[in-house]
Each structure stands twice: as C-alpha cells, then as structure tokens.
Ligand binder design. Structure first.
Ligand SMILES: Cc1ncc(COP(=O)(O)O)c(C=O)c1O
Length: 392
C-alpha cells in the first residue's frame, strides 16, 4: 500500500521532471571562497558578474571590522524580535542616519527586503483596497500583494497609460501603487515622475522599492526617487535593502513618523521575526558613511557601465536598455541561456542565467551586474568571452 511518504515522493518527482523539461530546474552553486569580485566554485576561480555588491563594500575592511567589533561587544544574534528585546542602540542610530540620508522623517529597519515589502503591503491595505503594480515588480512585491487582503491589479511594464486605466478601474478603493525604482531583472528605471503625478491626481499612495537604486544612483547615492527629484510628499513609502549596494544584510522602510509608528504596531512581518543582528547594523552604518563620502565609487561604477555598453555595442551584443549596474543580455531560450552561462564559467566568469518564472517566458537572459570593484580588463575579457560563446 502506498504511504503518504511514497505519495509525496512521487508528486515531487513529477514536479521536478516537469521543471527539467522546461529547463527551469534551479540549483545552488557553492562558493568555496569569495573576496570582492573573485570567487571560487568547484575548484575553479571565477570573476563574479552576478553579485549585487555594486559599490564593492561587502569586503571593505572597515565594514568587516565594524561587524566583528560589534559582535564582540553585543554578541551575534539580536536574541528577540524588535518589540521584545531585539532593538539595540546600533539599530536606532542606523535608523536615524538612514532617515537623514534619505531625507525622510523616520526609517524602520527590517530583517530583509522581502519582509519590508510584506510589511508595507499587508499593513497598509485592507479588503476592498487595491494594490496596483508594474508587471515587472520584484517577486517580493508580488508575494506581498498576494498575502495582503487587497485586490492585486498589474499594469504593463513602465506603461503610465496602462497605470491610469488601472487607477480608474480601481476608483472608490484605497489604492496603493507599487513599483521598483530600478527593475531588478531589467536594470531600467521606472517613470517615477509620471507615476507620482498620477498618484497625486488620483489620491493614491505610492510605494517605491529602491533596492537597486539606493547607494547607486541619484544625488549623493540617494536613489532613483531622489534622481527623479521626488520627495517624501510624492513618494510617502520608500523601501530599500542593505544587502546590495551596502554590501551587508537587512532592509528598511523610510517615510513619515506616522508611517513608521503604524508599521511598528501593525506589520506582522516586522513584529513576528527576530530583529537583524546589531553587528550588521554597525557594519551598515560604516557602509552608509562610505556611500555618503565616497562619490568616487559611483563615478567609477558609471565609467564601467559606459565602457561595458560601448564595448557590447561595438561587438554587436544586444544589451537591454539600462544605465544602471544591471546589464542584462537577452538570450530568449532558457536552454541557450544555461549553455552560455556554462561556457562563460569555463572561461572564468560567473554569470547567472535568469529564466522563467523569474522573468517572462521567452526572455531568459544573462543578468550581468557590474561593481565598482571590477576593473576595465575584467569587463573587456567578459565581453570577449560572451562574443565567442555567442558564436558557437
Ligand atoms: C527589487 C527588490 N526588492 C526586494 C528584494 C529583496 O531584498 P532582500 O534580499 O533584502 O530580501 C530584492 C532582491 O533580492 C529586490 O531585487
């Protein structure tokens, strides 16, 4: 007789086989060494072009020292959720410094960007409300909307006419418009000024997830919202992560004092999870200082982006339109994208193939990400390797 265990195993095998035929099987790669852009996996040394450490801060000695020192004095884990005993001085100071940097009244630290987005969507909407999102919004934003009691409406990517239609269709409800600032798999920037003016016109709330923008773009690295000249009135809810340009871990929501007070009291994904380790808050404070003081990192990154795009166009390689460190090369077919990633690995480069369901069907791509820690020679060598693996 079949046991529930047999039954589960058969079902899992069936699902795995279905993924395999669509080239959607995912595997984790173990990195045995990693320092800045240089990593090792399966005995092979590779240059990493698939990290979000855009400013090269993850391996910065001062960031590492702050982590170690604070772990020495405060321990590793925070030991509890923020509302119990997990909220430490390091968290409070980082919140104040981030608020000042982002020019918002308050900031709330969250344990991850996924949880920050969940906190916003689930605590700010109720049954009868609508969340209206760009179709290319990050998975954490889609999941957050699905986990809320609001109705989810989506509009075609960066299409403000389609957004206007959605706003009209959702008239009468509380509307929360949500977009990535910089789109994670495409690297382009949302038309934030137009979106903000549609929100103002329709009395809708606007939440921007600037996970890939803060630290990287805008005046002083204040992100895509600041780059668009928008403030806390026009974008009352701003989320970001400390796991990308900051080179650390954790995330935040920035906004008014009332917004943060509301989240502290009502956002279940904030209330019912262990607070981020205080040592990470201390490391993030040092990273923030580098983001503020060291413009040269962004200047270098921008020079590398220009070099890369110029080199790609000279070689006839078609990158998606993007002026951010996310420079995807559209391949289309998932199997081909996997093959190209494998060939690049043989040539010494770690570039991950992004396939459906992370991106729409038929748009598998190599998501190449640049960092201020790369050098020009590495970029040229990558372009040459892409050109030769495209030819095969
Ligand atoms: C746009 C966007 N939002 C949120 C997240 C999640 O952030 P975290 O990794 O801090 O959970 C990511 C990336 O992983 C992202 O790309």
């Amino acid at each position: 007789m079949q046991t529930p265990h047999d039954n589960l195993s058969a079902w899992l095998e069936e699902r795995a086989a279905a993924r395999q035929t669509r080239y959607q099987q995912r595997k984790r790669r173990v990195l045995t060494a990693s320092h800045s852009t240089r990593v090792s996996t399966q005995g092979r040394a590779l240059v990493n072009f698939s990290s979000n450490d855009y400013l090269g801060l993850a391996a910065h000695p001062e960031v590492i020292a702050a982590l170690k020192d604070t772990a020495d004095s405060c321990g590793v884990g925070s030991g509890a959720s923020a509302l119990v005993t997990g909220y430490r001085k390091e968290h409070q100071i980082l919140e104040q410094e981030l608020a000042e940097f982002l020019q918002r009244e308050k900031v709330l630290l969250c344990s991850s960007g996924y949880l920050a987005n969940l906190a916003v969507a689930t605590s700010l909407t109720r049954k009868g409300d609508a969340i209206i999102q760009d179709k290319f919004c990050h998975a954490s934003l889609i999941d957050a909307a699905r986990m809320s009691d609001a109705r989810l409406l989506r509009y075609a990517h960066a299409d403000t006419k389609a957004l206007r239609r959605r706003l009209t269709a959702a008239a009468g409800d509380h509307r929360l418009v949500v977009t990535d600032g910089v789109f994670s798999m495409d690297g382009d920037t949302a038309p934030l000024r137009e979106i903000a003016s549609l929100c103002a016109e329709s009395q809708s709330w606007l939440a921007v997830d600037d996970a890939h923008g803060v630290g990287v773009c805008g005046p002083g690295g204040r992100g895509s919202v600041a780059a668009a000249g928008l403030d806390g009135q026009q974008v009352p809810i701003l989320t970001g992560t400390l796991g990308k340009a900051f080179g650390c871990f954790g995330a935040f929501v920035a906004g008014s004092e009332a917004l943060v007070g509301h989240l502290v009291n009502e956002a279940r994904s904030y209330i019912y999870t262990t607070a981020m380790p205080p040592a990470l808050a201390a490391a993030s404070r040092v990273a923030l200082k580098k983001i503020i003081d060291e413009d040269w990192r962004r200047e270098r990154l921008n020079a590398l982006i220009e070099q890369f795009r110029h080199g790609a166009s000279r070689r006839g390689l078609e990158l998606l339109p993007s002026d951010t460190p996310i420079q995807p090369l559209l391949v289309g077919d998932s199997q081909k994208a996997l093959k190209m990633a494998e060939n690049l690995c043989k040539s010494g480069f770690l570039v991950v193939a992004i396939r459906p369901p992370t991106v729409p069907r038929g748009t598998a791509r190599l998501r190449i990400t640049l960092s201020a820690a790369h050098d020009s020679e590495q970029l040229d060598a990558l372009l040459e390797a892409i050109e030769s693996c495209q030819a095969t």
